[in-house]
Design a binder for this molecule. Structure first.
Ligand code: SF4
Ligand code: SF4
Length: 365
């Protein structure tokens, strides 16, 4: 058995559905990435545009001295069902399980330990799970794992796009796999049609500033008013462009746990501590309490259910975060335009962001 075959069998035994090998050559997609940055499509994610981050993406060999091979691995995760009851919110499928940032590195390090033991020699390596600047979808395509779809996700003919990608950079010379040369999007446009903000660009990149995944997770400030209705009931992330993809309809796998939190209750009771207790082990932690409750207020405003008013009024009057109070004010105005509580709150509210929403809400209706 070759070492390449041994590594792939070991990866499979650890639960990785796909494992391919590529070289650490600079990626061909770097110019497209640089154009994407220059056009400001990365929104407020300034960490993507630092000279160091660009230099590392330009040449993976800078991440590991004497890097000679890159293992690219993919772990499938279950897709999410698309609906949730009024008063609740949808969470992206990948975020419903334990945070992959914590469990994938353990598996990758196990694979690495087994490899060192098998070879009986020291191996220099760097494990990456969204934790280092890499153009990982190109690496995955180069390692034969699939093609980059029009929705910007890596797609495998059998496993679709619900895949967590990870890499191990190695100083071992390994035989690279053939790149995945086919492209099976054809004339399909379903992801473009499903995207509520038309943020999928023709060159298979996203305008992050309009993508619900960015707006509800990475964006730490207010959500632009003109994009709030597009959020619908997505309280964390968005799977619409993956749910629409025919390559995901054919995967036979159990649905992810149906977690759709009660947003009315959360707006009234969730503290920083209880947020950490509930979501501290998951990807939701990334939004922090204030981002999560900001999103919760928008979802309730979009649902326009009067039963949500007590929770939103509670948030407007008592939440310590201006970001949450501001979005609660907006949501109240969606359900009950010019609600008297908006005028009352103006008597005592001093934060400029909240005051602007209160004034806007008073003018609605
Ligand atoms: S995640 Fe949602 S908003 Fe972002 S590109 Fe896909 S469908 Fe559009
Ligand atoms: S929905 Fe269609 S166009 Fe979009 S990624 Fe899937 S196959 Fe490609």
């Amino acid at each position: 058995m070759t070492i390449e075959t041994w590594i792939k069998a070991e990866a499979e035994s650890l639960g990785f559905a796909l494992c391919g090998i590529t070289t650490p050559e600079p990626p061909n997609s770097l110019p497209t990435y640089l154009e994407w940055l220059a056009a400001g499509r990365h929104a407020n994610m300034a960490y993507l545009a630092t000279p160091q981050a660009i230099a590392l993406r330009a040449d993976p060999r800078q991440l590991l001295p004497n890097c000679q091979s890159i293992l690219v691995l993919a772990m499938p995760y279950p897709p999410a069902t698309a609906n949730c009851p009024t008063g609740h919110g949808q969470i992206a499928a990948y975020a419903r399980a334990e945070d992959y940032h914590s469990h994938l590195p353990k598996l990758l390090n196990q694979l690495l330990d087994h490899l060192r033991e098998h070879l009986g020699q020291a191996v220099s390596a760097r494990v990456c799970t969204d934790s280092a600047p890499l153009l990982e979808r190109e690496l995955a395509q180069r390692a034969g794992l699939g093609w980059i779809g029009r929705n910007t996700c890596l797609i495998h003919p059998q496993y679709g796009s619900y895949l967590l990608l990870a890499e191990i950079l190695l100083d071992l010379p390994l035989q690279p796999d053939s790149p995945f040369k086919a492209e099976y999007c054809g004339t399909c446009q379903r992801c473009l049609q499903a995207c509520p903000t038309a943020c999928i660009l023709p060159n298979r990149t996203l305008d992050a500033s309009r993508c619900l995944s960015y707006l509800t997770i990475e964006n730490k400030g207010p959500i632009p008013t003109d994009l709030r209705s597009a959020i619908a009931d997505h309280v964390f992330g968005c799977d619409l462009c993956q749910q629409a993809c025919p390559w995901n309809r054919r995967i036979a796998t159990a649905a992810s746990p149906n977690i759709s939190p009660d947003l009315r209750q959360d707006l009234q009771t969730l503290t920083t501590q209880t947020f950490k207790q509930r979501w501290g082990h998951s990807a939701l932690e990334r939004s922090r309490r204030r981002g999560y409750l900001r999103n919760a207020a928008i979802v309730l405003g979009n649902q326009q259910d009067p039963n949500a008013l007590p929770a939103l009024l509670h948030a407007l009057q008592h939440d310590p975060e201006p970001l949450v109070r501001a979005h609660a004010a907006w949501a109240i105005a969606q359900i009950s335009p010019a609600h008297p509580a908006l005028t009352q709150a103006l008597q005592t509210e001093s934060d400029p962001l909240v005051r602007a929403e209160l004034i806007q809400g008073n003018q609605t209706g």
